[in-house]
Design a protein around this ligand. Structure first.
Ligand code: PNS
Length: 171
């Protein structure tokens, strides 16, 4: 039987910490589906299509890793694609309460789907998409935290956003 794991998230944008979790999961399961959430509560920097494209580019060449997007309930999506495992990264104690709640809610919604937590390398413990976006927006060097393709996309976005800010100041 093929075991499929879903690694869901906003991936706004994908970071080296996410990649570390993906590659760990890829050694444990036959197939890992990185599932990009379409509608997220936070206002994303990147559109869903952009987030998917960046994840695809970042995991390119990894045979048992595929990328998809989903809308609505995560457990429903997992069931649809025949996955019984949800993978989430756990960085620090601060992640725990939110993750614990999400895992238990998902278990309530579908008792056949199990959540497992993987810890990324210590060097990524502090890393989040939010931090990366902040660094890029303030003109800092994000290349050590994200794949090159994401770094380029961040630079393009910050360029567009600062041009917009300059234009709106002029009017
Ligand atoms: O990267 P994130 O923002 O921590 O990912 C959160 C995500 C997208 C995995 C979570 O919000 C989610 O599963 N959304 C789908 C809606 C859902 O199933 N909600 C019920 C479980 S809390």
């Amino acid at each position: 039987m093929t075991t499929i794991a879903v690694y869901p998230g906003s991936f706004d944008p994908i970071t080296n910490g996410h990649l570390d979790v993906i590659y760990r999961a890829a050694t444990m399961f036959d197939r890992v589906v990185v599932a990009v959430a379409h509608n997220i509560e936070k206002v994303p920097l990147f559109t869903a299509a952009e987030r998917v494209a960046l994840v695809r580019a970042a995991v390119h060449g990894h045979q048992n890793v595929t990328v998809d997007e989903f809308d609505g309930l995560l457990v429903r999506y997992a069931r649809q694609i025949g996955a019984r495992v949800l993978v989430r990264g756990l960085r620090a104690v601060s992640d725990f309460e939110y993750e614990f709640q999400m895992a238990l809610v998902n278990r309530r919604l579908d008792r056949h789907i199990e959540t497992i937590f993987l810890m990324p390398k210590e060097e990524y413990i502090f890393l989040s998409s939010r931090t990366v976006k902040e660094i890029a927006a303030l003109g800092g060097e994000a290349s050590q935290f994200v794949p090159a393709v994401v770094e380029k996309a961040l630079r393009r976005k910050s360029g567009v956003n600062s041009a917009r800010r300059r234009r709106s100041k002029r009017v």
